[in-house]
Design a protein around this ligand. Structure first.
Ligand code: EPS
Length: 393
């Protein structure tokens, strides 16, 4: 795949680092847009105390010169402001693993004698680096009129009601107007109540986020191999986000309960000989390839595993039954996960677009983009005659 990225950094270490490789040259990069997304990722009703400490900003130290990408690897650094609170401290041992976190599984795998080594890298603090990378990819996609944005669909049992004909723009705007990042303002009140109750009960809560890509051309991804199917690439990327335990394309699970004739988006011809759909139950993908309809991805987030209420566990140092001790954390991080979901989707789509367009510079790609085949009758001349497979025995 043409682009790749790496992140490094511990939650309470000096900084997070990301390297994004494979961006074409000549993409204008506005550092303010990276800051904006980092800032959006920090906001949520039910965020923990750490977000009052951090004020995330990324410093670009490579790959962008005079405001444009060079085609070289892009290096991004996000300092951890909390580092100063850990730097000169003797850290008490952590030997009782928290259920749901990587504490126990990573200790089994890596043989850690101190569970904090697992916590530090397993922490969702790492998602700040992904958001910085995603913000660069969003700026690349924007050059082609492609936009990636999302919102919250549910917090715990409280579901947003969003009418199918509510315009996307309105959904995004309404969602950004509140700290539950949800376009249904009636649901926001109920979500606020359940998050308040969660905090009072010293508990955590999960939910469902929805991420949409608008303006995509038809023809990104491929049906020919499992790892080229765009649906698979999106599900892997979104499913890699901390605490995400389910990903669907469009109403994937709802479709599973319906008949095929109710699910599949029928094909019509408009006056301009464009092949169009009146519905989008496919969520923008057919056969692992974009249809040109909005791409809709939903993800289920489990409740954060650091729970203020002590949970039953075992002290690995003593072998005695123990309960977990609380580490500061979020009570509700679903609105924050939306921004991470946007980043991961933007990264996969930038990758798929670069793969489709080839070339090394934005200028080359923009002219190729104009000439992409569309779902139009004149772009699809058919042979319309009998033929044979032609394999030899
Ligand atoms: C996290 C625990 C909390 C979260 C953190 C993820 O950090 P701390 O232990 O410092 O309170 O705030 O997320 C972030 C710091 C962040 O920037 O998103 C965890 O254990 O996953």
């Amino acid at each position: 795949m043409p682009i790749r990225f790496l992140t490094a950094g511990e939650s309470h270490g000096p900084q997070l680092t990301a390297i994004l490789e494979g961006m074409p040259a000549g993409v204008p990069i506005d550092a303010d847009l990276i800051r904006q997304d980092l800032n959006r990722r920090q906001k949520s009703y039910g965020a923990g105390g750490r977000m009052a400490i951090e004020k995330d900003a990324a410093r670009i130290t490579a790959g962008v010169m005079a405001g444009q990408t060079t085609g070289g690897p892009i290096a991004l650094h996000i300092p951890n402001k909390d580092w100063k609170n850990w730097r000169d401290r003797d850290i008490p041992p952590m030997t009782t693993p928290r259920p749901g976190h990587a504490d126990l599984t990573a200790a089994v795998k890596y043989g850690y004698g101190e569970l904090r080594l697992a916590l530090e890298r397993a922490s969702a603090r790492e998602t700040a680096a992904r958001v910085a990378v995603g913000a660069v990819c969003k700026q690349y996609l924007a050059q082609f009129g492609i936009r990636v944005q999302g919102y919250v669909r549910a917090i715990g049992p409280v579901q947003a009601r969003i009418s199918d004909d509510m315009p996307w723009e309105q959904r995004f705007e309404l969602a950004e107007s509140n700290d539950l990042r949800c376009p249904d303002l009636d649901a926001v009140a109920a979500m606020r109540e359940i998050v308040a109750e969660t905090m009072q009960r010293k508990d955590t809560i999960g939910g469902v986020l929805e991420i949409i890509a608008l303006g995509l051309p038809a023809g990104l991804g491929s049906h020919v191999h499992w790892d080229r199917r765009l649906g698979a690439r999106i599900m892997a990327a979104v499913g890699s986000i901390h605490a995400i335990k389910g990903v669907e394309i469009g109403p994937g699970f709802e479709n599973a309960a319906m008949f095929g004739s109710e699910v599949h988006d029928e094909i019509f011809l408009d006056e301009g000989s464009n092949l169009i759909r009146k519905t989008n139950r496919a969520g923008g993908l057919e056969g692992g390839i974009t249809t040109g309809e909005p791409l809709v991805v939903r993800a289920a987030m489990k409740p954060i595993s650091t729970v203020l209420n002590p949970r039953q566990s075992v002290n690995l140092a003593t072998g005695e039954t123990d309960v977990t001790t609380y580490e500061r954390s979020d009570f509700n991080a679903v609105p924050r996960a939306v921004v991470v979901g946007e980043a991961m989707l933007a990264i996969v789509l930038a990758d798929a677009l670069i793969e489709k367009l080839g070339g090394d510079s934005l200028a080359e790609q923009l002219s190729r983009f104009e000439n992409l085949r569309q779902a139009r009758l004149e772009d699809l001349p058919m042979d319309d005659r009998a033929w044979r497979f032609g394999f030899e025995e």
